[in-house]
Design a protein around this ligand. Structure first.
Ligand SMILES: Cc1cc2nc3c(=O)[nH]c(=O)nc-3n(C[C@H](O)[C@H](O)[C@H](O)COP(=O)(O)O)c2cc1C
Length: 329
């Protein structure tokens, strides 16, 4: 073999080695990035189709009762996860179809320590005008309170508060709150009665739940109110009256937001770099449900339905009809 061909061989081997080394290095970097990346997929709600039975408890009374109900549900082939709110991501509430809560109240009607984050989340969401009343619109729920009448004004405050806030967020209450009294209120009997009613409702199928009517007694159904964010147009009133039969691809794309796609830990209404996020995951979900597109971390935008209608040649709003203003151009 001539010296020039040996040199060529050596150069080829060197090139191949360098290439192999380079790709091996890149692959390791990529793996490392994926392992540590903040964009790594967060764990999904393990059983979004199963009901959730929460216990909000400090000294175990509510937990014991919830366990009893869980056993009853299971023996009736009703699949529920028994959940400690401490281990639950409240963002997932919007995916739940059925929620049962056994909740105790503590000093000044406050929740036990373990449920503070969960309760705060519900409270903040219900009080945030940007979230609106659609967030839990797919969720049916019932609450049993564990407390003592001797605390008078704050008797079962947590349970009552939960019920109110859940309704404000659009969830449908299938049974009015039942208030258990640990001090002479025959708690076990009252709880057993409530549990049987819950099981009866669940076993009766979806109809009663859908209607929010239980054995003829009207349950408190989610309070409907207008969406909190509006289009950048003053045509809403007319839009409400005329419902387009056509479904916009844009609107479909807005449905079913993935809350995992945003960094929940950082943006759940918390302070980041000294600033509070304007579009938290909850607000994002609510806006996307209404067909808005989120711009940056601060705004939601949706094209006016009349503008779309006009662009399709199907007529515009009163501004066009009465004054000839072509706001779609
Ligand atoms: C210090 C203290 C404060 C309490 N405050 C309230 C209250 O404000 N409202 C109420 O209904 N019950 C109140 N209770 C009663 C508890 O709700 C009751 O003991 C219940 O069984 C606790 O349930 P848990 O073991 O599941 O936490 C209080 C009890 C204690 C010991």
């Amino acid at each position: 073999m001539s010296s020039s061909s040996i040199r060529a061989h050596l150069a080829l081997v060197a090139l191949l080695s360098a290439t192999t080394f380079y790709f091996a290095y890149k692959s390791r970097r990529l793996n490392k990035f994926l392992r540590h990346s903040e964009y790594r997929k967060k764990p999904e709600n393990p059983n979004p189709n199963k009901g959730k039975l929460f216990f909000i408890s400090q000294t175990g009374t509510s937990k014991t009762l919830a366990k009893r109900l869980h056993a009853l549900l299971t023996s009736n082939d009703l699949l529920f996860d028994l959940v400690d709110p401490q281990t639950y991501e409240p963002e997932d509430l919007s995916k739940e179809a059925l929620v049962l809560i056994v909740a105790s109240s503590w000093e000044d009607g406050k929740p036990p320590e373990a449920a503070k984050f969960f309760m705060n989340w519900i409270d903040e969401s219900a009080n945030d005008f940007r979230v609106g009343s659609l967030l839990l619109s797919n969720c049916k729920f019932a609450v049993f309170g564990v407390g003592s009448k001797s605390y008078e004004k704050t008797f079962n405050m947590v349970a009552k508060d939960l019920s109110k806030k859940m309704r404000e967020l659009g969830a449908g209450e299938v049974l009015p709150v039942v208030e258990g009294d640990v001090d002479g209120g025959e708690l076990d009997v009252v709880f057993e009665d409530w549990s049987k009613r819950v099981v009866a409702i669940l076993k009766s199928g979806g109809d009663r739940l859908e209607n929010g009517i239980v054995n003829g007694e009207a349950s408190i159904v989610g309070v409907e109110s207008d969406p909190v964010y509006h289009e950048y147009d003053d045509d809403e009133e007319e839009e409400d009256v005329v419902e387009s039969e056509m479904v916009d691809l844009e609107d479909i794309a807005g449905k079913g937001p993935s809350r995992r796609s945003v960094n929940v830990a950082e943006t759940n209404g918390k302070v980041k770099d000294g600033k509070r996020d304007m579009v938290t995951p909850v607000i994002r979900a609510s806006l996307e449900k209404q067909g808005y597109k989120i711009i940056g971390s601060h705004s939601g935008v949706k094209i006016c339905r009349w503008t779309k209608s006009q662009l399709r040649g199907r007529g515009g709003c009163y501004k066009h009809s009465f004054y000839g203003i072509e706001s779609h151009r």
